[in-house]
Design a protein around this ligand. Structure first.
Ligand code: MN
Length: 227
């Protein structure tokens, strides 16, 4: 094919213990998925409809040096379990959902909280608050064939050695099979899709020079620094 210019390289994620990389299609995110975080943001944690948004696939960021974004004075961390799908479909039944999952990791849903607050107040979209460049630092993935499909796992974030966020993934309001089921009603899921599954309480600021360490049990870990 004769392209006008060289197309961008595909986005892909490393898989622990494998030379093969996971090629990324889309990045879906769920909001308000741990009750303690919903409450700290002033919301009602009663289960209603899940809130979904997306990040561009090239917002995934593997370099341990993360550039502090422009146009914000209040960048926040949100530590989240990250899920990578090797199968997709539409209207996927809850009972069939985990069979779509290839691997698990941990990542940060970095958020320009000041822009998000303004967008919420104005009823405006969240894209500039959530989908900016390098807004999704993510770990190498652990294949489910190695780590299984965790029902319980500690999700932790430390900043400069101080604990900031901690939960167990079993505390999610919408469990992973339900997230996949709900997403597949709205979009046709595909192999290569990545899902950020929501954050617990303790979200807070990151500034230049901060060092973070995130982990999902023994499954995955992520370290980096804001520059
Ligand atoms: Mn989030």
């Amino acid at each position: 094919m004769d392209f006008l210019f060289t197309p961008p390289a595909p986005v892909s994620l490393p898989i622990q213990g494998s030379g093969a990389r996971f090629p990324v299609h889309r990045v879906y995110c769920i909001g308000r998925n741990y009750g303690d975080h919903v409450r700290e943001m002033g919301g009602d944690s009663a289960r209603s409809s899940p809130v979904f948004f997306m990040k561009p696939s090239d917002a995934l960021w593997l370099d341990p040096e993360v550039p502090y974004p422009s146009v914000t004075g209040d960048l926040h961390h949100e530590v989240e379990m990250v899920v990578a799908l090797a199968r997709g479909g539409r209207d996927i039944a809850v009972a069939d959902a985990l069979a779509c999952v290839h691997a698990y990791g941990v990542g940060l849903d970095l958020t320009r909280r000041d822009l998000q607050a303004r967008a919420k107040a104005d009823g405006a979209p969240w894209d500039s608050a959530k989908g900016f460049d390098a807004s999704a630092p993510v770990s190498a993935l652990c294949a489910a064939s190695t780590c299984g499909h965790p029902q319980h796992a500690a999700l932790n974030l430390e900043v400069n050695g101080t604990p900031r966020q901690h939960t167990d993934i079993s505390d999610m309001i919408w469990a992973l099979p339900e997230i996949i089921h709900e997403l597949s009603k709205l979009w046709t899921l595909q192999a290569g899709d990545v899902i950020f599954t929501g954050t617990p309480a303790g979200v807070g600021p990151l500034v230049r020079g901060d060092r973070y360490r995130a982990s999902l049990g023994e499954i995955a870990s992520l370290e980096g620094r804001m520059v």
